[in-house]
Design a protein around this ligand. Structure first.
Ligand code: UDP
Ligand code: UDP
Length: 523
């Protein structure tokens, strides 16, 4: 155990509240924490400590948090040594859910860590995955207020909070049918995380425990804004979902920070450099989150579908759940003949494109050609080419991109997305229309209902990643991509949502006011 205390710029003679953050695992959970922490640290007059469990599960998380601490040296890091998780029954569990379990089983060690913090902690902010463990420790053991920074939408929060009531009805301990949430409406059985239909899964057990405890929190911070989820927020605040629910502070959309830029993740600038060369609103950005390994057959259909759409595209391909394990080369993932390089050679028309099916070449020729092409492209397009493939009209990459910078770029006209909540708030904030194509695992269908009701995208419910039988084929991908790219109504609505987002966080806006109310509640 080590407590690294540094003088805080925000420490004003002990008046400043001292918030102890206890984040969980997975970039989708960590990013709202780092963004919220950065926002607080920038405005000053708040002391901040962050409980950090090393080694983080993914490289992206590790780099991201290192950068946050480097950018804000006043933030204290409280190292949290987890107990070994020696449980054979958990073999095969998702690595991030496993880390949540590790954190939960080690949570009793948090009391002394927080009690030892200086200046004395004034409140704890933790992730929903740790709620049932951390709320009692903060409130009963340490007599500190405890807030939850929730990583998904208000609709998902309503489902989490109401689920125990549903279970206490005739439904024993799992999800067996549609769920009617007061003030929200009917949630079809296949919208919430599929795994909840299995009462024995670790996720289900954690989810139910956290859902039962969340109403005991002192406040819930949400990365959303009133205009985006007006009804769900009102129902939560009015106690329609769960009577006596704690205050809900909608403080989003949370902005990405300088710590997320290309200096941290590498390669991002190359995407932007390429986008700089494309006409306004001409590029489809395609990405399915940072931990969603795509099935190879579906990847092949997407590649061909994007080409067939005739639209330019920037496509981020992830083939593993944890980035540290990603050793796949793009040319092993994509179809033969998909790797197409643009060449500006003296004997080739600069506008011409030559296709290189790498398999047709001898190993030596392939390497030589690759070197030549990389040099040429690097010079011409000022690209850093690691892990990069240039296709006929698009760019495919597998490293971390600075997604918010991509979405903010004027060349981007559509985001084909798995509907992680952070991604949706980023697209909303940037006024970029969405085509929702989610993997069915988590909150993504509930998130897609927000896109649908807010009207800034299209959700094709039958598109899934479930199995071979439901592969989405080239022609349909091409058709829908083209259709949404050309849909003036969706595009206009997306711009309006973007303006509403900007208004929400500006002084006097709903999220700005919520943030002030949260800070006032601390004092
Ligand atoms: N992200 C990014 N670059 C990548 C992959 C992901 O910046 O190459 C960011 C993305 O902008 C979003 C977060 O990682 O903020 C992913 O969270 P989200 O909730 O959208 O989905 P998840 O990956 O957790 O399913
Ligand atoms: N979640 C929750 N309580 C829990 C665990 C998860 O409310 O105990 C939520 C979490 O915020 C997310 C959703 O369940 O909205 C799915 O979790 P996961 O992180 O696996 O999905 P992802 O964000 O990666 O899509």
């Amino acid at each position: 155990m080590a407590l690294v205390a540094k003088p805080s710029s925000g420490d004003q003679g002990g008046d400043a509240p001292h918030l102890v953050f206890i984040p969980s695992a997975g970039m989708g959970h960590l990013l709202p924490f780092s963004r919220f922490i950065a926002a607080l640290a920038s405005q000053g007059n708040v002391d901040i400590s962050v409980v950090t469990a090393l080694l983080m599960v993914s490289q992206a998380e590790a780099e991201h948090f290192a950068a946050l601490f480097a950018a804000f040296p006043a933030i204290r890091r409280i190292d949290f040594n987890l107990l070994p998780l020696d449980d054979a029954t958990l073999a095969g569990t998702d690595p991030f859910v496993l880390r949540w379990e590790s954190l939960r089983r080690s949570a009793h060690l948090l009391g002394p860590l927080i009690a030892g913090a200086t200046p004395r902690a004034s409140a704890v902010v933790t992730d929903v995955t740790l709620a049932s463990q951390v709320i009692p420790i903060a409130k009963k053991e340490l007599q500190l207020p405890c807030h939850i920074l929730f990583s998904s939408c208000a609709t998902m929060l309503s489902f989490l909070a109401y689920f125990p009531t549903y279970l206490d009805g005739a439904n024993a301990d799992h999800l067996v049918g549609d769920v009617d949430i007061p003030g929200i409406g009917r949630i079809p059985v296949d919208y919430p995380p599929n795994v909840l239909r299995n009462p024995d899964s670790l996720f289900t057990k954690q989810f139910i425990a956290n859902g039962r405890e969340i109403a005991e929190a002192d406040g819930i911070l949400l990365n959303t804004f009133d205009a985006l989820e007006r009804e769900a927020l009102a129902s939560l605040r009015d106690g329609k979902v769960v009577p006596g629910f704690p205050p809900v502070f909608a403080v989003g959309p949370l902005k990405s920070t300088s710590t997320e830029k290309e200096a941290v993740h590498g390669g991002a600038s190359s995407s932007i450099a390429w986008l700089d060369e494309q006409p306004a609103r001409s590029v489809v950005y395609v990405a399915f989150g940072n931990r969603n390994a795509a099935a190879l057959e579906q990847i092949h259909e997407i590649g061909a579908g994007l080409e067939a759409s005739g639209c330019r595209f920037l496509w981020v391909v992830k083939t593993t759940v944890v980035d540290r394990e990603d050793t796949a080369e793009l040319n092993n993932v994509l179809d033969d003949g998909f790797l197409v390089f643009m060449v500006n050679g003296s004997d080739i028309d600069p506008e011409n494109i030559i296709a290189v099916t790498l398999d047709d070449l001898s190993e030596d020729d392939r390497r030589e050609l690759e070197q030549e092409l990389k040099k040429e492209m690097a010079e011409r397009l000022k690209l850093k080419l690691t892990g990069y493939c240039k296709t006929r009209i698009g760019v495919v990459k597998k490293e971390w991109v600075d997604q918010e910078a991509v979405l903010r770029h004027p060349a981007v006209g559509l985001y084909v997305s798995h509907c992680g909540w952070n991604s949706v708030t980023e697209s909303a904030a940037c006024g970029v229309p969405m085509l929702a194509w989610m993997m069915t695992l988590g909150d993504q269908r509930l998130v897609a209902t927000v896109i649908r009701s807010a009207g800034f995208g299209l959700w094709l419910e039958h598109w899934s990643w479930d199995s071979k039988s439901s592969l989405v084929r080239v022609a349909e991908i091409a058709e829908k991509v083209k259709a949404v790219m050309g849909d003036e109504a969706i595009s206009a609505r997306a711009k309006e949502v973007g303006r509403e987002a900007t208004k929400a966080v500006a002084p006097g806006g709903s999220s700005h006011r919520s943030m002030q109310e949260f800070l006032a509640a601390l004092r």
